[in-house]
Design a protein around this ligand. Structure first.
Ligand code: HAM
Length: 424
């Protein structure tokens, strides 16, 4: 027997019993973004490799070892997007959207990183990304945090996540800091692991992000970037924290928060949880004003975030009573030739009159008993039953499948009223 072909490691199917949970969260996400006047943008999954090298940075884990890159039939180097910020900005520059304009955008879809799969870390994962352009002040940074806060609240997970904030300052401020940091780590080189020694010359700020417990002390004693910020960067950061304070939004300042992508400046943030093991960052982002110029645009302002939906749903799933929608409200049982014909006609009439009702029809025949089993399995609240007798009388029976109540036989007109009331 031939071996069955299986999905690619780290890439998962979302099976029908899981999709209601996804749709529930997606519905709330759209609602919340709509409440702040954000517009959806849809972007290709493939981009030129150069785009990611120039934006995320050559010396980052993503570009060095995690991208799905290949040559297409023309010999062009293409990459499955590992994130959405670069593609979104590419699209806006290409279509001239950034010229003297302000934008608030979101996208939703799969991203690809060849990481070592584990719980909460996949090779294909879904991100909600939010990007804003053209706004300099910290009020837009605060707005993004408010969006996330509202989303946590709507999903019932506000107490499961906490906000960490930092400022990475400007490129010049970071360069000055980098020198001091390298000297500090060189003076403490025996405390560094192999990976950190390698990063010392390529990307020393990333050493601060190490998960190695043996390095926690050397990292916590390292000089803080916050002490190297100039007046303007400090003012921006204080503007954000003052706004958050005035709104009663709690946060921790984490001076070691540096992010794994190179394009950030000033504000950076992560929402972390203790409930998902080592993959505890649910949502992350920050300001990246410099990237627009780097990709060939006229210098402008940009700030955004992205959220891993698998991680978000893993948190939602820790709750009791998640109000996900049913896939089927009513299941129609038809037994007999005349009943099958009449049932199909009536089902279409119901769909005309009550378009929001989810009505599933039994197809493929079967006894009352076997059709009742299918009705029960469908998750429906009610069964509508039509036998040949009911069909000839223009009647149907309605039976509650979950709650209490008796089966009742009604005229089709009364049954329609009943379904209309149930659906509203
Ligand atoms: P990121 O920190 O690389 O940032 O990813 C954002 C979120 O995507 C993470 O916090 C996590 O929830 C999720 N995520 C990342 N990798 C994986 C994975 N392998 N499996 C499951 N979930 C994952 C960005 O992507 C930036 N583009 C964020 C941004 C937008 N900054 C400004 N605008």
């Amino acid at each position: 027997m031939a071996n069955n072909i299986q999905a690619i490691r780290g890439m998962h199917d979302v099976l029908p019993d899981q999709t209601p949970l996804w749709q529930y969260a997606e519905h709330i996400i759209r609602d919340v973004l709509g409440a702040y006047g954000y517009s959806e943008i849809r972007l290709p999954i493939l981009e030129k490799t150069e785009l990611f090298k120039r934006s995320i940075g050559e010396v980052t884990d993503i570009v060095e070892k995690e991208m799905y890159t290949f040559e297409d039939r023309n010999g062009d180097s293409l990459t499955l997007r590992p994130e959405g910020t670069a593609g979104c900005l590419r699209a806006c520059l290409e279509h001239g959207l950034l010229h003297n304009q302000v934008h608030r955008l979101w996208y939703y879809g799969p991203m690809y990183r060849h990481e070592r799969p584990q719980k909460g870390r996949y090779r294909q994962f879904i991100q909600l990304g939010v990007e804003t352009y053209g706004m300099e002040g910290p009020d837009i940074d605060a707005e993004l945090i408010l969006i996330m806060e509202r989303l946590w609240k709507r999903l019932g997970i506000r107490d499961k996540v906490r906000l960490q904030l930092n400022s990475l300052g400007t490129i010049e401020e970071r360069l000055a800091y980098r020198e001091t940091l390298v000297s500090y780590f060189q003076a403490n080189i025996t405390a560094l692991d192999e990976d950190s020694i390698r990063r010392l010359s390529s990307n020393p700020l990333r050493i601060l992000d190490t998960k190695n417990p043996a390095m926690q002390q050397v990292v916590s004693n390292a000089p803080a970037l916050m002490d190297f910020l100039g007046a303007e960067s400090l003012q921006h950061f204080n503007g954000l924290t003052t706004t958050l304070d005035s709104l009663g939004i709690s946060y921790e300042i984490n001076t070691r928060l540096v992010r794994g992508l190179d394009y950030y400046s000033k504000t950076v943030f992560e929402w972390v949880t203790d409930e998902l093991g080592s993959q505890g960052t649910v949502c992350a982002g920050g300001r990246y004003d410099g990237l627009i110029g780097q990709l060939g645009g006229k210098p402008n302002f940009a700030v955004g975030f992205a959220m891993g939906i698998e991680r978000l749903l893993a948190l939602v799933e820790t709750l009791d009573n998640i109000p996900v929608a049913r896939s089927v409200d009513v299941f129609m049982i038809r037994v007999g030739e005349a009943a099958e014909r009449e049932g199909l006609r009536f089902a279409e009439a119901i769909r005309d009159a009550v378009p929001t009702l989810k009505l599933q029809l039994n197809c493929g025949g079967g006894s009352f008993k076997s059709q009742f089993k299918k009705a029960d399995k469908s998750g429906a609240e009610y069964a509508i039953i039509i036998g040949d007798d009911e069909a000839s009388q223009g009647e149907v029976s309605i039976k509650p499948l979950r709650g209490v109540g008796e089966q009742q036989t009604l005229s089709q007109a009364l049954a329609m009223d009943f379904l209309q009331k149930f659906s509203s």
